[in-house]
Ligand binder design. Structure first.
Ligand code: NAG
Length: 422
């Protein structure tokens, strides 16, 4: 790609056209690596890039991306593309990597993964459906080979990957009692976390369209673990996040590193405002991320579905950290691209016409570096103990065969993609 651009520039200047050319050339996908310039993500040609996309979870009990028992990888991606989207937030569990280490470096095959997650009878039946729709796989295909396949198929459809560590144990996320809330919680081992991130970042070096890497989904305060609760603060956060960001960057220097905040990733305020990371007095400094200050961005989530006032809703997101997009704001000390990596609502009623959906539809394209709606999934292999769990918030219907709410997906959501990527 770089060779091609250089050759093109040389040819153009030989023709004496360089002065008449725009400074920046159109980027050909994927135009990676991305870097960060102020509040913008820029591609390798220097053009600003934004994200419009959806979450595609793979962190459930089976620990591969959902829905493959109902549809082919290619058709799911084509549907996402048809909404005008250019990215998927692909999630994984640290347990996936823990099992690889426990298994002498070898990943678990999907035949085993389905039976362990769903039981002998249902696991076998669901796997058979997966193989019907996705005959490129067999029972002995490894879980990461499924990820590899999805990522490559996404590249073919010019869709970027934002890889996201969603949880440590492979299961539905997130609650204050799930043992995955914060470092030291029952299932959230700090060392395994960094090891897992580094493993996936290294693995992702072969993914041509891996653009960004989210360190962890939705830090939160545990309600059932007083010892861990006592360490729930920004000072603790900074120590672990620095270590993980450096580990990811060392394993994969090209990828953007996405930092997420407290209270279910609804606030990054002290980071953005440069105020004390309490209870300490240290403040966030990009110098603490040596050599990759230009790879850092932040993500926020919002689920204020009951909002009645758009300005108040957006004000909350802005104060939570979206002000990092605004270098002119007096209280903004640290400028970053901000992506809203989760928002969503029940697709089965009129919510899509309410304040929340329409307000985010209006504000996110102009005021962020991108967004990913929760969630493409029509149903999960299993969730919270219920197999074939119907996802009312899903873009797809139960069997992943049509949009659950076509009026929203073909209407406002498609318009959001178009305005974001225009
Ligand atoms: C197995 O699948 C059937 C049909 O989807 C379901 O009714 C049943 O609850 C599943 N078994 C378990 C153990 O979840």
């Amino acid at each position: 790609m770089l060779h091609f651009v250089a050759a093109l520039a040389a040819a153009t200047s030989m023709l004496g056209l360089a002065a008449a050319e725009p400074a920046k050339r159109q980027s050909a996908f994927p135009s990676l690596p991305f870097n960060v310039e102020g509040p913008n993500i820029v591609d390798s040609a220097g053009n600003t890039v934004k994200y419009a996309g959806t979450n595609w979870p793979g962190h459930g009990e089976v620990m591969i991306p959902e829905g493959l028992q109902y549809k082919s990888v290619e058709n799911i991606l084509a549907d996402i593309k048809s909404v005008g989207m250019n990215v998927i937030r692909l999630t994984f569990a640290i347990e996936l990597v823990d099992q690889i280490y426990a298994n002498g470096g070898e990943d678990v095959d999907i035949g085993t993964a389905f039976v362990e997650a769903l039981g002998q009878e249902n696991g076998t039946a669901v796997l058979a459906d997966v193989l019907t729709f996705n005959p490129q796989f067999t029972a002995s295909t490894k879980r990461l080979e499924v990820y590899d396949y999805i990522v490559e198929a996404a590249a073919e459809q010019e869709i970027y990957i934002n890889l996201d560590n969603h949880i440590s144990s492979g299961e539905w996320c997130c609650s204050a009692t799930d043992g995955n809330t914060w470092w030291g919680d029952t299932h959230f081992n700090a060392d395994n976390w960094v090891r897992g991130l580094a493993y996936m970042a290294e693995h992702g070096r072969s993914w041509s369209n891996l653009a960004s890497f989210s360190l962890r989904n939705e830090f939160r305060e545990p309600s059932n673990n007083p010892a861990v609760r006592a360490t729930y603060n920004w000072q603790t956060w900074y120590g672990h996040v620095k270590e993980a960001a450096i580990a990811v960057n060392e394993a994969n220097p090209d990828v953007l590193v996405v930092l997420s905040g407290l209270n279910y990733d609804t606030t990054m305020q002290p980071v953005v405002r440069g105020t004390a990371l309490t209870p300490g007095s240290e403040t966030f400094s990009k110098d603490d991320f040596p050599g990759f200050q230009n790879k850092l961005m932040i993500e926020l989530h919002n689920y204020q579905g009951t909002a009645t006032d758009c300005n108040a809703l957006w004000g909350g997101i802005y104060n939570g950290g979206a002000q990092a997009m605004n270098p002119n704001e007096a209280s903004t000390a640290n400028v970053f691209p901000v992506i809203i990596t989760e928002f969503g609502f029940d697709m089965t009623n009129q919510n899509y016409q309410g304040v929340y959906a329409t307000c985010l539809g209006e504000r996110l394209p102009e005021n962020t570096a991108g967004w990913m709606i929760w969630v493409v999934v029509g149903s999960y292999y299993t969730r919270q103990g219920i197999q074939d769990y119907d996802e009312a918030w899903g873009l797809y219907d139960h069997t992943w065969s049509a949009w659950r709410n076509p009026a929203y997906v073909n209407g406002l959501l498609s318009e959001m993609s178009e305005r974001t990527l225009a």
